[in-house]
Structure formats: C-alpha cells, structure tokens
Design a protein around this ligand. Sequence first.
Ligand code: NAD
Length: 267
Amino acid sequence: MSVLAGQTAIVTGSSSGIGAAIARAVGAAGANVVVNYPGGHSDAADAVVADIVAAGGAAIAFACDVSKEAEVDAMVAHAVATYGTIDIMIANAGWQKDAPFAEMTLAKWQAVIDVNLTGQFLCARAAVREFARRGMVPERSRALGKIVCMSSVHEVIPWGGHVDYAASKGGVMMLMKSIAQELAPQKIRCNGIAPGAIKTPINRSAWETPEAEKKLLELIPYGRIGEPEDIARATVWLCSDDSDYVTGTTLFVDGGMTLYPGFSTGG
Ligand code: NAD
C-alpha cells in the first residue's frame, strides 16, 4: 500500500544526497514530489524527477533558495498551482561553512544560519499557511499537515570547528519543538530527524579514504556509515499516518553515534 497516496510533498535540497533519497522514497510511497534545488538549472534535480516518474510517480523540479522569503513562498504557490495543495514539507536543505572559532567570519556564520535555520523557518511557515487554507482531508491523512525538519546529531553533540553548523541544528531542534507544541491542536505534526554520519557530498572528506572511514567508524557503535536511504525510510514513516501520534520529537538515525561510544568500556 502506498502510505502517502494522493499527498504532495516538497523536499528542499533534494537534487543530491539525503534529499534525493527522500524525494525518491516519498515518490515511491505515492506522493507527488517537488524536487527543490537552490537556483539556475539542475541536471541532478531533473534526474531525480526522472527517477520518480520512471517508478510510476509524479514529480517536478523547482529552483528556490530556501533562505529567501519570496522564493520560498513562490515555491509553495507553484506546488499548490500544480498539485492543488501540499500535505508535507521536508525541510532538508543545509550546508556547512567550517572554520576554527576565532577565524570564523560573520559571513560564514550568517550563511549557515540563513540556510540551515531561517530556511527551515520560512519553509515551515509557508507550509503551515497552506495547510490552514486547505483544511482537513480525512481520506488522505489524519493530520492537517506534516513537517519534517532535517537536523543532525549536532543538535546535541557540540562540534568544534563547526560552531555555526552546530548552533543552526540546535536551533532547528527548538524551532521544530515550538512549532509542534503550538500547532498540535490544529493537527499539524512537526518532527525532526537527526542523521549521524551518512555518505553524501556534504561530508565526503570524512569517509572517502580508508583511513578517514576507519576513524569515523570509531564513532559509530553499529559499525557502518549510514546511507541516504536509511534517512529516507525514517522520513516516509514520519510523514505517514503510521506515526500519527508522534509530534515534537527528534528521531535519531545514527547507528548509535549519540550513545557516547567512548564510554563503552567504562570511560
Ligand atoms: P548534500 O550537500 O548532498 O545536500 C544538501 C542539499 O542542500 C544540496 O542539494 C544543496 O544544493 C541544497 N542546498 C544548499 N543550500 C540551499 C539553499 N539555499 N536552497 C535550497 N537548497 C540548498 O548533503 P546531505 O548530507 O544530503 O545534507 C542534507 C541535510 O542533511 C542537511 O540539512 C545536512 O545538514 C543534514 N545532515 C547530513 C548528515 C550527513 O552525514 N550527510 C548528517 C547530519 C545531518
């Protein structure tokens, strides 16, 4: 059974990595998918759309910088014009601009907060406005709408050399929980996913050589680096009625990275 049949999902930053896997998975689960990418033309976004269509689904690509209010509102308006409404917002777009703390420029800090945190605020707000305009459709979902905020284990694990990124993800957690608390009475569910180390372009240097991979595996009790599909499967569940009683929570999909593996033999 297609658990998202008849629903429409926007997946931000879905021309690569985790977002692309999520777009394919929600498409396979029956949702119409808006494959978002930051700007210009993207062959990679077109390829994700083609994959979804080839598998029997429906999808379009749409360029929008999630840190720009007017562009986010235009993306949601385009999705509504194309598919009638949106039921699901998956705020996944994010990036890193790393530097030792004393050398971190305001420009780097601002760029990461703008995309990783403000971008999620803008996408969630636009989605909530559309959910309220459309109203309940009980035959499609028990919820008025679903929002998934892509966080990180760094919403709880401090990360030297990446203070902008860790601060943005800590912010995402409280954004997600506050939205969930305020809007649960309206039957809007908002949850986060905190991936551990997943093989994507964002962290290539952490896994592409055998030495780097061995060092990374020391942080992962489950003994393997995650794949984008690990996150995609969790996302489909959080968007479906199978998780209808789940809101305001972060689902850690991290192979045990947040279990403090350094303490496994007594600390
Ligand atoms: P990725 O670089 O493949 O994907 C990030 C995507 O965001 C890219 O497609 C990029 O084009 C898009 N993007 C960047 N700025 C944008 C903007 N302004 N507007 C629209 N799109 C924009 O890396 P990924 O690992 O797939 O990252 C996806 C999400 O997962 C991010 O939020 C990241 O912080 C989070 N995450 C990843 C890992 C990991 O190990 N890979 C771990 C924890 C969290």
